[in-house]
Design a protein around this ligand. Structure first.
Ligand code: ADP
Ligand code: MG
Length: 323
């Protein structure tokens, strides 16, 4: 049975590929050299088996996702990922599991040029905490509180795929094989929109990553910005699988109320509309889905301009009285 130290040495002790890491894994604490003139963006997220991912999730996907959700938070701030720590709680020293986990984690880490600089390893029910640190020039971070009436609202990628994948796993939704593959890949291997976040510095007035569904996360932007919004449901970017689920159920919930999308939602002054396509060309693009308004609350409109209230979207974010 390998010891804790042997496991760390084997799977997580890689040469840090960054000059700003003075001392990485192996001492009592990491020593890091923060860049002058930049703010540090710092975030932490914990994934608990059976709560944040199904117990049967492949270890490689757990490793990928535990890091991806944190890089997504950095993306939403317009920060460039740099340093990461990893606190792992494992029921047993299962080397096959650790090998897969480390592969998923380290591949995504390398793809973003970030370094694992430390962590903690303990025994207990499976849970993974990742802390990620990134840099953003002072004053250029993308915050939730900058949306202004008249700004256009955009989202990257497509919405609802991951939640539909989860519903398929539990038997709540029946998907064709190709749809199931697509939705499960989106659930297990979200791609954090880091390049988009960086490109939106100096352009977006507000940003957030969509982790709890469009309605909930747009609601956070509206609350922080002291504004309301109208969203045209017909303009939502949906995969064929989610579009079919919406049509089948006669309800927009699969598109607007599912979690785990890890797409970016951001706002841009209308006069700068052309710059969005330019900034995001080759970075996946984005779809304009609505507009910020002064009147508080969120108004979702269907193709005929009628107000819609999805069954699962939660009530608190909607405009008082007008739905
Ligand atoms: P301490 O008891 O001083 O906190 P640990 O035994 O917890 O030290 O860890 C030894 C070294 O290994 C530290 O540098 C720590 O950052 C690193 N480490 C422990 N667990 C992990 C992990 N899961 N991933 C990366 N580094 C880790
Ligand atoms: Mg420790």
């Amino acid at each position: 049975m390998p010891t804790e130290f042997e496991l760390i040495e084997r799977y997580f002790h890689r040469a840090a590929p960054r000059e700003d890491v003075v001392l990485g894994v192996g001492d009592d604490a990491a020593l890091l050299r923060p860049p002058p003139g930049q703010a540090l963006a710092l975030t932490v997220d914990t994934l608990v088996a059976g709560v944040h991912f199904p117990e049967q999730t492949p270890p490689e996907a757990v490793g990928h996702k535990a890091l991806a959700v944190n890089l997504s938070d950095l993306a939403a701030m317009g920060a460039r990922p740099a340093w990461v720590t990893l606190a792992l709680t494992l029921p047993r020293a299962d080397e096959a599991w650790l090998e897969g986990f480390a592969r998923g984690f380290m591949e995504l880490l390398a793809a973003h040029g970030a370094a694992l600089v430390g962590g903690d390893t303990t025994r207990g029910p499976l849970s993974v905490s990742v802390q990620a640190c990134g840099f953003v020039p002072e004053g250029q971070a993308l915050r939730r509180d900058g949306a202004r009436p008249g700004d256009l609202i955009y989202v990257t990628g497509t919405l609802g795929d991951a939640a539909l994948g989860l519903a398929a796993l539990s038997g709540e939704q029946v998907l064709g094989p190709a749809e199931a593959d697509h939705c499960l890949a989106r659930l297990d291997r979200p791609e954090p929109r880091v390049a988009a976040g960086l490109a939106l510095r100096g352009l977006a007035t507000a940003a957030i990553d969509i982790s709890d569904g469009l309605v909930a996360d747009l609601g956070h932007v509206l609350a922080a910005s002291g504004a309301g919004a109208v969203v045209e449901l017909q303009a939502l970017p949906l995969s064929p699988a989610v579009r079919r689920a919406v049509e089948r159920g006669g309800d927009w919930s699969p598109a607007v109320a599912g979690g785990d999308d890890y797409e970016l939602l951001f706002t841009v002054p209308e006069a700068r509309r052309a710059e969005v396509a330019e900034a995001l060309a080759g970075r996946g693009g984005a779809s304009c889905i609505g507009r910020i308004e002064a009147a508080p609350g969120l108004r979702l409109l269907d193709g005929e301009g009628r107000a819609v209230r999805p069954a699962r979207a939660g009530w608190d974010h909607f405009a008082e009285g007008d739905l």
